[in-house]
Write a protein that binds this ligand. Structure first.
Ligand SMILES: Cc1ncc(COP(=O)(O)O)c(C=O)c1O
Length: 417
């Protein structure tokens, strides 16, 4: 399927801030989207507008009523965008904080002696939370080993390890180190086949910018995203929880509403920017000719995003114009293999005989921003089994162009070819 054409790409890029320029560095190609995607201009404006408002929610005045309306609208928008039936959306301090909180409550709210199932693919946000709270709740944390060759984990892996006493399970939707996605619906199905009541919590933080989320299909109980990684801004995370997870005991104010999971006064502006993000996906779906309902447009946007990201990663790996791709540079190795259908806009690689930090530095000098992943507490789970002390992560989004990939490949060919 073709990616986003030049005319539409111009419109797409005009909607984002700092798309080809960094205020510190000047012109640059942004291939650090897994560290934080570009921000929509609409989000920048909304954040400024709401920062000026002194009113609080829950008062009987027109200013306050408007804030509550905006929050409710954002929740409704997210519900359609992520196809969530039942349950509720709420915001927290960050994606990590929300994952910890959901997992803590899930462990504490389920049977002692049960099992908490996850995988070695996971980001430490879920893995550390399970490690800590399973122990405190008197449960055993069981880990499925991910496949080093493909950089992902499968439903078969879950099917093999799940037991009828699995009370909590975690799934990483997309790895921020390998860039490979996981079939969440299939994993959840495998878990529910043996443990139908299991509380399943998904880390969707790396996946969200790729669109196409469908919570009803996934049949899970918690799904967490970090808005700065999906075209909004820093400072908060968003969670959806099912009715089942909602009912689990959790921190709350005495005599307060039982289903409140939010801790204190919310930033209305943060909610308002979620509506901006949803509007953007809807606009993109419309622009690529996608259907009449909002869901159809979100699906069309996700398809267009996938197609464009595939064009970009194919160009990066196989080459474009007369530039050789990464697979043809002898010194370069690509994590997760050359042709991997699970890849979501991200290529992690190493250059034989060159420290990954030096490659990132060299690319930076040429105005191409990538990121060094070290075998530390964030990425050691992926890099240690591969005997790597680091890798270069090149993470793209649908607003990146083949011309930008060509700039990257020109430097790679010239320096390491
Ligand atoms: C998959 C995944 N989970 C969790 C996190 C942590 O997110 P945050 O720093 O927004 O809490 C990240 C951050 O990159 C991530 O990619």
């Amino acid at each position: 399927m073709p990616g986003i054409d030049d005319a539409l790409m111009g419109q797409v890029r005009s909607r984002f801030a700092q798309v080809d320029e960094c205020p510190q560095q000047g012109p640059r190609v942004f291939f650090e989207n897994a560290g934080g995607a570009l921000t929509l201009n609409s989000v920048v404006k909304t954040s400024t507008d709401y920062a000026a408002i002194p009113d609080n929610q829950g008062r009987d005045n027109v200013g306050s009523h408007e804030l509550v309306r905006v929050i409710n609208k954002a929740k409704d928008d997210m519900r359609v965008f992520m196809n969530a039936v039942g349950g509720q959306f709420f915001v927290g301090e960050s994606g990590t904080e929300l994952l910890f909180r959901l997992i803590m409550n899930a462990c504490l709210g389920t049977a002692r002696g049960g099992k908490v199932l996850g995988s070695t693919l996971e980001h430490p946000a879920t893995r550390s939370a399970c490690d800590r709270w399973a122990a405190i709740a008197g449960q055993e944390h069981v880990l499925i080993k991910h496949d080093d060759a493909t950089g992902t984990v499968t439903a078969d892996g879950y099917a093999e390890k799940v037991t009828s006493d699995t009370v909590v399970a975690t799934i990483l939707h997309t790895s921020p180190v390998t860039g490979m996605s996981v079939d969440v619906a299939a994993c959840a199905k495998a878990i529910r086949a043996k443990a139908p009541e299991c509380i399943i919590i998904v880390d969707g933080i790396q996946h969200a910018a790729h669109g196409g989320m469908d919570l009803e299909k996934y049949d899970v109980d918690g799904y967490v995203i970090s808005p700065y990684k999906v075209f909004s801004r820093h400072g908060y995370g968003v969670a959806w929880i099912s009715d089942r997870l909602n009912a689990v005991p959790h921190n709350n104010l005495i005599n307060g509403p039982e289903d409140n999971w939010e801790m204190g006064t919310r930033d209305t502006g943060s909610y308002a920017t979620l509506s901006d993000v949803v509007d953007y996906f809807e606009w993109l779906g419309d622009a690529v000719g996608g259907g009449s309902t909002r869901r159809e447009k979100f699906d069309a946007a996700a398809e267009a995003i996938k197609a464009q990201e595939t064009v970009l990663t194919d160009a990066m790996i196989h080459g474009t114009g007369n530039l050789r791709g990464l697979k043809d540079l002898e010194a370069v190795s690509i994590i997760g293999g050359v042709d991997n259908p699970a890849r979501e806009g991200l290529v992690s690689m190493t250059v034989n005989g060159v420290a990954s930090a030096d490659v990132v530095k060299r690319l930076n000098e040429e105005g191409i921003r990538t990121h060094l992943r070290k075998a530390d507490h964030y990425s050691g789970n992926i890099l240690d089994p591969l005997n790597l002390d680091g890798c270069i992560r090149v993470s793209m989004c649908h607003y990146n162009s083949v011309q930008e990939v060509a700039k990257f490949l020109a430097v790679m060919n010239e320096t390491y070819g």
